[in-house]
Write a protein that binds this ligand. Structure first.
Ligand code: HEC
Length: 182
């Protein structure tokens, strides 16, 4: 027989080895073949870890514009030491990499990633807390949304911390008086 015919025969033999059975005759590792197929979504099977945020959860009405967010949203958190520490921790985890330790746009990823505008600018100092909340929630142009990583409460804590950073670079008369009164 010619080589080509042999190849054809071999091919046929290989094909006929694939039977119609859905279960193989010999199972090498039955535990894995017949493991119970639980769906992750079944209630009680995989309860989400405490603090899990659904990826589509924004904590903000999707139709609320940047402008309206600034006008209508108020920071619900008191400026306590705990809130400030939390805001610092979240800022340094999520924002510093691009915006830099004091928000000046000199994050560790810059200039591999385009330099973001400074959070010390007049524009952001004049922003309402709700404006910043909107940017964190929805992102803005190159900046992605952080709604899936940062809870609404933590966003407000971050905003308190950004205000502290702003005051550190632009102390007001009240800051000076406070320190001189000590
Ligand atoms: C991946 C890099 C990156 C990260 C991380 C990031 N940002 Fe930004 N951010 C940007 C860029 C880039 C812009 C400018 C977007 C544009 O062109 O409008 C921006 C814009 C902003 C603005 C608006 C500035 C302006 O002048 O319009 C605010 C406020 C802001 N970011 C806050 C934050 C906060 C708070 C965090 C952390 C929760 C954060 N960003 C995390 C890259 C980042």
């Amino acid at each position: 027989m010619k080589t080509r015919s042999w190849i054809a025969l071999l091919g046929l033999a290989a094909l006929s080895a694939c039977g119609q059975r859905s279960t193989p005759r010999f199972v090498y590792m039955p535990d894995m073949a017949y493991s119970p197929a639980l769906k992750a979504q079944e209630p009680g099977v995989q309860p989400p870890v405490k603090g899990t945020i659904p990826t589509n959860y924004r904590g903000l009405a999707p139709s609320l514009t940047l402008e309206d967010a600034g006008k209508t949203l108020k920071n619900p958190l008191e400026r306590t030491a705990t809130v400030m520490a939390r805001g610092q921790n979240r800022f340094q985890t999520y924002c510093l990499v691009c915006h830099g330790p004091a928000g000046e746009g000199d994050g560790t990823i810059v200039p591999k990633f385009p330099r973001p505008p400074s959070l010390q600018s007049d524009k952001i100092r004049n922003y309402q807390d709700g404006n910043i909340f909107h940017v964190i929630t929805h992102g803005q142009n190159l900046m992605p949304s952080y709604a899936a990583q940062i809870t609404p409460e933590d966003r407000w804590a971050i905003i308190h911390y950004i205000r502290a950073l702003q005051r550190s670079k632009h102390p007001s008369a009240a800051d000076v008086q406070a320190s001189e009164a000590e």
